[in-house]
Write a protein that binds this ligand. Structure first.
Ligand code: NAI
Length: 351
């Protein structure tokens, strides 16, 4: 048989499977971290990992992150993720994606896939040929690219953070620096512009930064300096692990609120930020707008953008509650968010 699948025994994970189909070019690992609150939902990352161990580490970390993201944002889903070891520019074929869909289908709905780095709405349509357990599809009652909802959730999180810092969510005249002008960063820039913020922008592609910068009279900063540019709020919307032992002492902002997944390089970094008096909005809540929205596709009536907008807007109240708990208990917002998520996981209830 062409498609070969085996279970990996990983402590702390409900199920991890690795599947290889040499003929169709598929090598995938799917991790189901926690399904107490519902089926594991998480994106399919297609990435040219250097080694299989690197891919395994990534999928385990991301699946666990999805458990906390689901719990803190109150979606009826659990944590899971999949990675495909391939270069999305050169190796991604319809055969590969169909083979991947067969693996997802074999999990009988315990895992639901969606877009992620390296995979697109069009890819989800191909995967959908061989499995029904996929969200982020185009069409009526579906979400398509969820990044507009993710960006709106980041914007609401910035407003909540402003409220906490300055007692008002008026952003006029506040300087906000965005690292990364992709799907989320670009849409966030537009929200912030209309809210009166002064924008500082950066992307690896500085031509893109220039053309977006012109739209909003933004200041442009080279990628290597954006994290350290003086601003009121820093919004990382590119890669993870950017908040670390080296970068944190050099930050010149009052708060960090952005879309990037896994911004803290190590579990110690939330404390480093707290000790530096920098308010850190937990990324797994800030960037949950996309997840909240695609979950609408799982309901009988499908995704309704108006309902999704209201649900994503509630990130504002959730974040304020986290800031309150953090202040009351003298813990970091990241610890407060994990505490609430853990309680929900223990209770295994959807709220
Ligand atoms: P994207 O791939 O569309 O955009 C990322 C942008 O960041 C690209 O333009 C890239 O050139 C730029 N970039 C990369 N490294 C950089 C650096 N060192 N300095 C400046 N710019 C840099 O990604 P997308 O969809 O906008 O997502 C952004 C982040 O948010 C990612 O970490 C993603 O995992 C996370 N996220 C995205 C969601 C979504 O709905 N798209 C949902 C939840 C999280």
């Amino acid at each position: 048989m062409a498609l070969q699948q085996r279970d990996l025994q990983i402590q702390g994970y409900e199920r991890v499977i690795e599947a290889i189909d040499e003929e169709r070019g598929l090598h995938t690992i799917i991790a189901l971290h926690d399904t107490r609150r519902g089926p594991a939902l998480g994106g399919t990352r297609i990435y040219p990992y250097h080694t299989r161990d690197e891919a395994l580490t990534d999928v385990l970390r991301l699946a666990q992150g999805m458990t906390y993201k689901s719990a803190i944002s109150g979606t009826p889903t659990g944590g899971g993720k999949s990675v495909i070891l391939a270069n999305p520019k050169t190796d991604k074929t319809q055969d590969l994606l169909e083979a991947f869909g067969e693996v997802v289908e074999s999990l009988k709905g315990k895992y639901i896939c969606a877009e992620d780095v390296g995979s697109s709405v069009e890819d989800m349509e191909v995967i959908h040929r061989t499995t029904s357990h996929v969200v982020g599809l185009p069409g009526f009652g579906k979400t398509g690219d969820p990044s507009r909802f993710t960006a709106y959730g980041v914007y609401m999180s910035i407003l909540a953070t402003a409220q906490r810092l300055w007692g008002t969510h008026d952003l006029s005249g506040k300087t906000i620096a965005i690292q990364g002008l992709g799907h989320v960063g670009t849409k966030l820039a537009e929200h912030l512009f209309w809210a009166g913020a002064r924008l500082v922008l950066s992307d690896l592609d500085m031509l893109k930064a220039e053309s977006i910068g012109k739209l909003y009279s933004a200041t442009l900063i080279e990628p290597e300096n954006i994290l350290y540019h003086p601003c009121d709020i820093l919004a990382p919307c590119a890669m993870g692990a950017i908040l670390n032992e080296d970068s944190i002492p050099r930050l010149r902002c009052q708060a960090v609120v952005g879309a990037a997944n896994n911004q803290l390089a190590t579990p110690k970094d939330h404390k480093r930020l707290q000790d530096s008096s920098i308010l850190y909005a937990p990324d797994f809540l800030v960037n949950a707008g996309g997840l909240i929205t695609v979950c609408g596709e799982l309901t009988p009536q499908g995704c309704n953008p108006v309902t999704a907008r209201t649900q994503v807007a509630s990130i504002y109240d959730t974040l304020l509650a986290i800031y309150d708990l953090s202040k009351k208990e003298n813990i970091s917002p990241d610890q407060a968010a994990h505490r609430i998520a853990d309680q929900r996981l223990e209770a295994a209830i959807s709220v």
